[in-house]
Design a protein around this ligand. Structure first.
Ligand SMILES: Cc1ncc(C[n+]2csc(CCOP(=O)(O)OP(=O)(O)O)c2C)c(N)n1
Ligand SMILES: [Mg+2]
Length: 623
């Protein structure tokens, strides 16, 4: 079949299928893109040529910003448990490099996305072309090389003959849960438009089977022995539990053994709030219940977690001198962390195997009673935070409480950066898996609206509540336009607190006095501490085509959320909060270095506190 490279790419992607647990579906939900020179005549022409043939099965979606469209693809893939993917095509140069942040986010969160940046001419006939980097040391370098370290697979197609093997490798990586992340195929613009005679089999329907590897018997025995010997075991559930659809198996294992389950940001919702074994968030933004258990745990069973510093409280949380880790993970890379017993397997298969071996094993009644007591005490803390009645401006925790009350059991909350992720992690009461979507691998400002769009595209029958701070909103709000154009309904709650409440708090903690963390006019003394700026984000959202409701009290917020739920179009609710109300304490630390010498008394005091906290840090080298 004689097609251009662009046409071949589109035909190939449309023919890919994915299968897990006997369910087979299209791998690609479509292709996002912003056209320019580099893709308009290649992938762009191909998408135009096949638009009617493929219809909704493989649709072109227009974004407003290339970084944002990668976020959208990530939200979509996560909501589909990594089984469905979106492609993203860009022009060369700035269009391509705008995707670098999105690619890093995808790779860090272990979520699949296919990036198809345009690239400079392979023939180099008229170089330098518009937007070409021109590295004097090598004409082989282009700005797309920036995507290499943030991609799990990267290739450049300089000749049509290279395409089939590159496409197959890309699909293998996208559908391999142990390897997945951002996959980049850089496509020089002349090559995209070049015709080639392709074998017909390249475009035949092809099914990629997602594996569920089972644990090796010897590794299983070691893990079982460690858990049998534990008096105070604790499970740390990460995103892998949800992506592997292992939540029911996790509940069964926890119920059989009585082992409490703490959750990372990506793992939150693995057990529904209120489950007798659920102790909530763990780590620097954790609940006092999970963290008290973590401090004294003798065996930690980490499942599908990458053990970020937030989870381990910067290696200070797991404080029992003899604490050991058993890590059930699809990758050896993560399973080896903290010198853990490596149980390399699919989370669901691994949990089923552990349950078979440990069904007769239960934690002591006294431990269970302690768990219930700690959880009840934390629940009372959340009740207080939700009903604080702070004034004149409400506290952020009250906003979270109102959104939590408005969300139905299948609805999804989306967030990524600022002070809300930490508060959501500890305070939000999830109804179950896939209802809590906080991007915290990269905690990227600007993910919220764009990622929320991808979530809603993947789950159109659920309400999607996007919680976004004013800082994040100002960084990347423009995909509201895409939501409006596509008729994809989002409920966006803008939490206006005139700057970076999160970094303000952090700044105070490190003795930097909230410097540069508020949005203010420059004052007469030259500092950014002047009056409030005349910024109206509600008006901004309205100008982008969203329906807007302004709320000033929590009661008005509740009303606004009900109106937004009843509406059929994207609705933005604007509320101002007090940035200085602290969230309930997690009683856990996060390592952010403090200046070792300073003329500021506040900094010197912060340094003294820091050096004390640092003493709790461990290497976890095993026994
Ligand atoms: C792209 C990006 N730049 C910078 C940061 C560092 N950062 C984390 S939170 C934050 C402030 C967020 O402000 P806002 O959205 O208003 O939330 P608030 O802190 O006020 O809750 C900054 C600058 C980041 N996470 N992402
Ligand atoms: Mg803010």
């Amino acid at each position: 079949m004689r097609l251009t490279v662009g046409q071949a790419v589109v035909r190939f992607l449309a023919a890919q299928r994915v299968e897990r647990d006997g369910v087979r579906q299209r791998l690609f939900g479509g292709c996002f893109g912003i056209f320019g020179h580099g893709n308009v005549a290649g992938i762009g022409q191909a998408l135009a040529e096949y638009a009617d043939e493929y219809g909704a099965d493989f649709r072109y979606y227009q974004a407003r910003n290339e970084q944002a469209m990668v976020h959208t693809a990530v939200g979509y893939a996560r909501m589909h448990d990594r089984l469905r993917v979106l492609a993203c095509t860009t022009s060369i140069g700035p269009g391509a490099t705008n995707m670098v942040t999105g690619a890093a986010l995808a790779t860090i969160n272990r979520l699949p996305v296919l990036l198809l940046p345009g690239d400079i001419f392979a023939t180099r006939r008229a170089n330098p072309v518009l937007q070409e980097l021109e590295d004097p040391r090598s004409y082989d370098v282009s700005v797309n090389d920036c995507l290499k370290p943030v991609s799990v697979f990267w290739d450049r197609i300089n000749r049509p003959e290279q395409l089939p093997s590159a496409l197959l490798a890309a699909m293998r990586v996208l559908t391999d849960p142990a390897a997945t992340g951002a996959v980049t195929l850089a496509l020089p613009q002349d090559v995209q438009a070049e015709a080639h005679d392709w074998p017909d089999e390249l475009f035949a329907e092809r099914t990629w089977h997602v594996p569920r590897p089972v644990p090796e018997p010897a590794a299983l025995r070691r893990a079982v022995d460690a858990l049998r010997g534990a008096r105070r075991p604790l499970i740390v559930a990460g995103g892998g539990v949800i992506y592997s659809d292992a939540c029911a198996e996790l509940a069964a294992f926890a119920e059989a053994t009585g082992i409490p389950v703490a959750e990372t940001q990506a793992g939150k919702g693995a057990l529904p709030w209120g489950h007798p074994c659920a102790v909530g968030a763990v780590g620097a933004t954790g609940t006092t219940a999970a963290n008290a258990l973590a401090r004294r745990a003798d065996v930690v069973l980490g499942i599908g977690t990458r053990y970020s510093d937030f989870t381990t409280a910067s290696h200070s949380l797991f404080a029992d001198p003899g604490v050991r880790f058993v890590n059930l993970n699809i990758t050896g890379f993560d399973a080896a962390k903290l010198s853990g017993e490596m149980l390399v397997a699919d989370a669901r298969e691994g949990l089923a195997a552990l349950r078979r071996e440990l069904e007769d094993h239960r934690v002591a009644d006294s431990y269970q009673a302690e768990i219930a007591e700690l959880t009840a005490s934390w629940n009372a803390t959340v009740d207080r935070a939700y009903g604080l009645g702070h004034g004149p401006l409400p506290a952020q925790s009250e906003v979270i409480g109102a959104v939590n009350a408005a969300a139905g059991p299948r609805d999804v909350v989306v967030c990524a950066a600022g002070s809300m992720p930490g508060e959501l992690h500890k305070l939000w009461r999830p109804a179950g898996p896939r209802t809590y979507h906080v991007e915290y691998g990269y905690s990227c400002m600007g993910y919220e609206v764009a990622g929320g769009l991808g979530v809603k595209m993947a789950a159109p029958d659920r309400e999607v509540f996007v919680l976004v701070g004013d800082g994040s909103y100002l960084m990347m709000a423009q995909e509201l336009v895409t939501a409006v154009a596509e008729g994809v309904k989002l409920i966006v709650v803008i939490v206006q607190n005139h700057g970076f409440a999160s970094i303000g708090g952090l700044s105070e903690q490190v003795g930097a006095q909230r410097f540069g963390t508020r949005y203010r006019y420059r004052d007469d003394s030259g500092h950014l501490d002047g009056g409030l700026l005349p910024v109206d984000l509600a008006a901004n959202a309205a100008s982008l085509g969203a329906h807007v409701i302004r709320a000033t009290t929590i009661d008005e917020l509740r009303d606004a959320l009900e109106q937004a739920k009843a509406a059929s179009h994207t609705t933005v609710v604007h509320i101002e909060t007090d940035p200085l109300v602290p969230a309930p304490d997690s009683e856990a630390w996060w390592d952010v270095p403090v200046a070792e010498v300073s003329g500021l008394e506040a900094t010197r005091q912060a340094r003294a506190r820091y050096e004390k906290e640092q003493q709790a840090q461990r290497h976890y080298l095993g026994t």
